[in-house]
Design a binder for this molecule. Structure first.
Ligand SMILES: *[C@@H]1O[C@H](CO)[C@@H](O)[C@H](O)[C@H]1NC(C)=O
Ligand SMILES: *[C@@H]1O[C@H](CO)[C@@H](O)[C@H](O)[C@H]1NC(C)=O
Ligand SMILES: *[C@@H]1O[C@H](CO)[C@@H](O)[C@H](O)[C@H]1NC(C)=O
Ligand SMILES: *[C@@H]1O[C@H](CO)[C@@H](O)[C@H](O)[C@H]1NC(C)=O
Ligand SMILES: *[C@@H]1O[C@H](CO)[C@@H](O)[C@H](O)[C@H]1NC(C)=O
Ligand SMILES: *[C@@H]1O[C@H](CO)[C@@H](O)[C@H](O)[C@H]1NC(C)=O
Ligand SMILES: *[C@@H]1O[C@H](CO)[C@@H](O)[C@H](O)[C@H]1NC(C)=O
Length: 489
């Protein structure tokens, strides 16, 4: 009996496996029946004259258009020439403080709409990275990529930090009207950008934030277990936390900054305003949940009392930094975030420690269906591993690793012929097959041994064969790395 063993496991036994002109024919008939009528002939002549006139007119239009095209072409050449000159002289001009309109400067944009969409960077940070001499101000950026998706958006760029801020219509302190029911006061926030552009800005940024300040006097967010106030996130879902991030709980999550710090007026509550006291209170917070921003609607209630006051002041949605990929890209979204724009077949780090081949359609954006199409696993091996070893002399030593006499293949040098030990050089799934024949005098097919085994190994695992009883006349041992766990070592 022969055993195939891997570190601690022992496979016993005799396992047997069977391993796409107007057609004139119809009008000819008409011509035959009414063809000799004078009126028809007059009509024909008239029509013909009109047609000639039209033809001359078109010809002159075509000539005019050709001239225009020539003129435009000449202008483009001139522009290109100027641009080249500008590239070579820009450094000198800057040094001599000769302030030219800067590449992304607003002044430049207002002169020519086409030019601006050609040059709009994805984020303020990208603009700053390209031209560190830029000063803070309003800029056109195009987070969803130039020349596609929505039109570029007009944002405030802080060129000290490279942050991009999206402006809206509710930045001032606005007083909530008097009403009682939960959410009876509701204000839609109008951003000077499409939600899609804002979402793409947050996808490209490392962090996004939006400050909210609520002043209150006898007007709680929540009272006696009833939520009178909430905001709606980018998907329109209600949210009850006024600072920080969502805490991932499925239950109603309500807090303010003071609740996070444990510094609320009433320590048993999570917002100052919740104390419902006839006293000037305030809750200031910064919502930092990038995936929920921006706040799209503010809803308040419980302000019916003539004396109750509530004011809200919502900050701009500000995004900072560049999203940093944590290791290798795992999806088309990751590739989009780091700047890939050409659709095609890409390899990404898939789950299960294998390289996966995916098709990325970059005419789509993150969150769109069809951005990524899974194709399959890439059959990659950092090194090939397979061996085939044999022996043909009598062997009867029990319980010891069987050595082999010659190898026909030993790619990867993982099998040590003299010691009989196979050491897995890489983690992955391996396949082994062993067969042996007993000594001739006891020859009997049923005594022949076949072991087939597919097993997952980690680097350093050993696989060896030993005899438990009897003796053998010849043996063959073969193994192959079927699939490597590429991202494990
Ligand atoms: C809103 O954006 C447009 C361009 O997208 C710009 O012309 C306009 O001045 C912006 N309005 C504000 C208030 O920023
Ligand atoms: C830019 O951002 C920094 C940090 O938030 C701030 O201190 C500074 O005043 C901002 N500068 C401008 C011009 O907005
Ligand atoms: C919420 O879940 C996300 C994703 O599962 C995780 O990255 C984040 O750290 C969680 N946040 C909290 C406050 O638990
Ligand atoms: C989330 O917030 C709810 C309500 O404030 C609280 O009960 C829950 O414990 C929090 N969950 C986590 C994971 O922090
Ligand atoms: C064992 O194999 C070697 C090499 O193929 C061969 O030269 C030798 O004759 C074989 N011995 C026996 C006993 O069959
Ligand atoms: C070989 O090992 C088996 C069980 O592991 C044991 O029963 C047997 O006595 C051993 N034989 C020798 C010769 O050590
Ligand atoms: C093979 O194993 C033998 C015996 O254990 C050892 O002496 C030798 O160094 C090994 N060969 C290699 C290439 O590791």
């Amino acid at each position: 009996m022969v055993y195939l063993q891997r570190s601690s496991f022992v496979a016993t036994g005799l396992l047997l496996f069977v391993l796409f002109t107007i057609v004139t024919s119809a009008s000819n008939e008409n011509e035959q029946s009414i063809g000799h009528s004078d009126s028809f002939r007059n009509f024909q002549e008239h029509f013909w004259a009109e047609f000639k006139h039209f033809e001359r007119k078109m010809e002159s239009e075509v000539v005019k258009l050709k001239m225009k095209v020539d003129l435009l072409e000449a202008k483009i050449l001139e522009q290109e020439h100027l641009l080249k000159e500008c590239k070579t002289c820009s450094n000198i001009k800057k040094k001599s403080e000769n302030k030219m309109p800067l590449k992304y400067d607003v002044i430049d944009y207002s002169q020519n709409i086409k030019k601006q969409s050609l040059l709009a960077p994805k984020t303020c940070l990208e603009a700053l990275t390209e031209d560190p001499s830029l000063e803070s101000g309003m800029f056109l950026i195009d987070p969803d990529g130039q020349g596609r998706g929505d039109d570029p958006i007009y944002v405030y760029c802080n060129m000290t930090t490279g942050s991009s801020s999206v402006l809206h219509d509710s930045e001032d302190s606005i007083e909530v009207s008097h009403c009682f029911d939960p959410g009876c006061y509701s204000r839609q926030i109008k951003y000077n950008a499409t939600l899609r552009q804002i979402t793409m800005l947050s996808e490209l940024s490392n962090e996004c934030r939006q400050a909210i300040e609520v002043d209150c006097y006898d007007a709680a967010f929540e009272f006696n277990g009833i939520a009178y106030a909430w905001w709606n996130d980018r998907n329109g879902d209600p949210r009850y936390f006024w600072s920080g991030k969502d805490n991932n709980s499925t239950s109603h999550y309500h807090t303010c900054q003071c609740g996070l710090e444990g510094s609320c007026v009433d320590k048993s509550l999570s917002c100052n305003c919740d104390s419902d006291l006839a006293m000037d209170l305030s809750d200031k917070g910064v919502v930092t949940d990038k995936d929920l921003l921006p706040l799209t609607k503010l809803n308040f209630g419980r302000t019916i009392a003539p004396t109750s006051v509530k004011r809200h002041k919502l900050g701009r949605m500000e995004c900072n930094g560049k999203v940093v990929l944590d290791g290798m890209p795992t999806s088309c979204e990751d590739l989009w975030r780091v700047g890939y724009i050409l659709s095609g077949i890409y390899s990404v780090k898939g789950s299960s420690n294998k390289v996966e081949t995916v098709y990325c359609d970059f005419s789509k954006l993150p969150g769109d269906e069809g951005l990524q199409t899974w194709i399959g696993f890439a059959d990659l091996k950092s090194e090939p591993v397979y061996f085939n070893v044999e022996r043909n002399t009598s062997y009867n030593i029990l319980n010891e690793t069987m050595p082999f006499e010659w190898e026909t293949l030993n790619v990867g040098n993982a099998f040590n012929l003299t010691s009989g030990v196979f050491t897995a050089p890489r983690p992955g799934t391996y396949f082994f097959a062993f067969s042996s024949f007993p000594e001739t005098q006891y020859y009997d097919r049923t005594n022949s041994c076949y072991i087939l085994y597919t097993v997952k190994l980690v680097s350093g695992d050993e696989v060896k064969v030993s005899l438990k009883q009897g003796s053998i006349s010849s043996a063959l041992f073969t193994g192959v790395l079927l699939a490597e766990d590429i991202f494990q070592s």
